[in-house]
Ligand binder design. Structure first.
Ligand code: ADP
Length: 547
């Protein structure tokens, strides 16, 4: 017997319809590429998303055709999120920080038909357009009078000229909720990038889950600042969850420096912000240097790489901001776990609570996880046993776009497929996940494993250290030994021996790095994460002192 409830597909268009009807006057504020602040509302975004849908119809685009963006976080990008997916096409957000050759490769692989870009990426588009054979129209996200003359780009139009004159009357089509809605390529640190292809259903379920109190906890009372880019796994789903609850959205545009972010937080009374640790490092640096405080910011979700305890501590103790440590990945839309306390933890001392908050957190309903040993056997949830982390759920990939890389899933005894995350982790008895490392970054010393994250966290807890990256280097006896590359804070001093001494008592003796390498900068990848492959290349000729 089937249930007798209405069968309505979960579609992205329903989010924008809801936001328009119930939260039409909630604001969307953007810092534009031009530097000014632009204000609009969910009502206007909905209306302009329909104009985009009409413009796309005019282009004779087919269902599931890909429309790409090279754009910062801003209202036009948000309009495209809804206009493109809502009308049945697939929004392909490209990370502009990738190498131009990689961008061209991705656009060709995705077979993008139209590519929309912010004017700051004009030189990039000029460099790649000739190689993007499937793109038939280039749209500059600007007013008609800002369209650059003599750009050399064929079929270039301004966004406002392209969509501004269209009718805003459009009935969102209804179709299978499992249809593709958007796509995002993984950064592809090894081999060619592979794309996660999200569906309307996976996006909506993720949007519901992300808004929950124990997840991002966003509501119609929040002013939400996604610093995490809209090309980095859909800004962690915030553009969708914000519509689902009717939150105010604040977009930073290209200005990601500490001063610009701080000013936006204060001016727009931001209560909730989201970003990777490297961005928050700049923000904290700005606050400390200028003796500033936050007046409205309550919570921030930090993820994408391990959030150092020193950062969680600084936000909490110095600025009264709750840090929600999160873990996820492109293949998971991206949210997997988020760290909030349980009822039984409320009685604990602040120190004990802090120890829990350092972990990556508990699984969100919708995500199943397990850790396994080398034979695929499940390991106990005791907070000590560590192994490969596998996940499954309705917003986890089942395969990559065009079957790239073959079947990624690992079947269990019941034949259910689990996605191997490439992370090594422990899970404690309360279900709190702690990422030990990425499996390729873990340092294998004398048959034991050393977590590079632990070594980095200790280094950045030193007052003179701004950033740290730990890698393993060859050792004839132990196979590998850890060394730590560090960037000093401006004007601060610390010697190699002082930093090594700082590790005493903070970790097991055999885990203390063998050496410290002082560097001007640590290479960062396209999503602001430490790029260990490049660091290893840079330190290729490095030899351990005793070897
Ligand atoms: P990539 O960096 O491969 O392009 P993602 O942005 O999807 O792709 O990164 C996912 C990976 O980032 C995870 O598998 C994990 O290694 C790492 N990661 C994400 N969040 C955290 C976190 N809070 N702590 C530690 N590692 C994290």
């Amino acid at each position: 017997m089937l249930g007798l409830m209405q069968d309505q597909p979960l579609l992205i268009s329903s989010l924008i319809e809801f936001a328009e009807r119930h939260h039409g006057d909630a604001e969307i504020v953007s810092r534009r590429v031009e530097g000014d602040i632009h204000r609009t509302t969910w009502r206007q975004v909905a209306s302009r998303a329909r104009q985009i849908a009409n413009a796309l119809e005019e282009e004779q685009l087919l269902f599931s055709d890909r429309i790409a963006t090279l754009a910062w976080n801003g209202y036009r990008h948000l309009e495209l999120y809804y206009g493109v997916s809502g009308s049945g096409r697939v929004l392909h957000t490209i990370n502009p920080r990738l190498h131009p050759d990689q961008i061209a490769w991705i656009a060709n692989h995705a077979e993008d038909q139209i590519l929309c870009f912010d004017l700051s990426f004009l030189p990039l588009v000029q460099a790649v357009h000739a190689k993007c054979s499937t793109v038939r129209k280039w749209i500059a996200l600007c007013d008609a009078d800002k369209l650059p003359a003599d750009s050399g780009i064929p079929n270039l139009v301004s966004y406002e000229a392209w969509m501004g004159q269209r009718s805003d009357v459009y009935a969102w089509p209804s179709f299978d909720e499992n249809s593709a809605s958007s796509m995002c390529y993984t950064s592809g640190t090894t081999g060619n990038p592979k794309a996660a292809l999200y569906s309307h259903r996976s996006t909506l379920l993720h949007a519901y889950a992300a808004a929950l109190p124990d997840v991002m906890c966003i509501s119609a009372r929040d002013s939400v600042l996604p610093v995490v880019p809209m090309f980095h796994v859909n800004a962690w789903g915030i553009p969708y969850s914000a519509a689902l609850v009717g939150a105010k959205l604040v977009f930073p545009g290209p200005a990601m420096d500490g001063k610009s972010i701080y000013e936006l937080i204060e001016a727009e009374k931001v209560s909730f912000a989201a970003g990777v640790p490297t961005v928050w490092q700049m923000l904290l640096g700005h606050l400390q240097a200028n003796k500033l405080k936050f007046s409205t910011l309550k919570r921030t979700v930090i993820g994408g790489s391990a959030c150092p305890p020193a950062m969680i501590h600084a936000f909490q103790e110095l600025y009264g901001v709750d840090v929600l440590h999160a873990w996820g990945m492109t293949e998971m839309s991206p949210l997997g776990t988020l760290c909030t306390l349980k009822n039984k933890h409320l009685e604990m001392s602040p120190e004990e609570q802090t120890a829990i908050r350092m972990k990556q957190g508990r699984a969100i309903f919708g995500v199943d996880m397990k850790i396994v040993d080398g034979n695929g056997e499940s390991l106990p949830w005791d907070g000590k046993a560590y192994g490969d982390l596998l996940v499954k759920g309705p917003w986890v990939v089942k395969e990559y776009f065009k079957g790239e890389g073959g079947d990624p899933l690992v079947p269990d005894a019941e034949g259910r497929g689990w996605f191997p995350t490439g992370d090594v982790a422990t899970i404690d008895a309360d279900g709190f996940l702690q990422i030990t490392d990425r499996s390729k970054d873990v340092i294998k010393s004398g048959g034991e494993w050393i977590s590079s994250i632990d070594i980095e966290n200790i280094a950045v807890a030193h007052p003179a250290i701004a950033m740290a990256a730990c890698i393993g280097v060859f050792h004839p006896k132990w196979d590998e030994r850890p060394i730590v590359a560090v960037v000093k804070k401006p004007g601060a001093e610390v010697s190699r021996d002082e930093l090594i001494a700082f590790y005493q008592g903070k970790t097991a003796k055999w885990q203390i790095p063998d050496d410290v390498v002082f560097v001007e900068a640590i290479p960062l990848g396209a999503t602001g994460k430490i790029l260990k492959t490049r660091l290893r290349e840079q330190l290729r000729d490095y030899k351990l002192p005793e070897v």
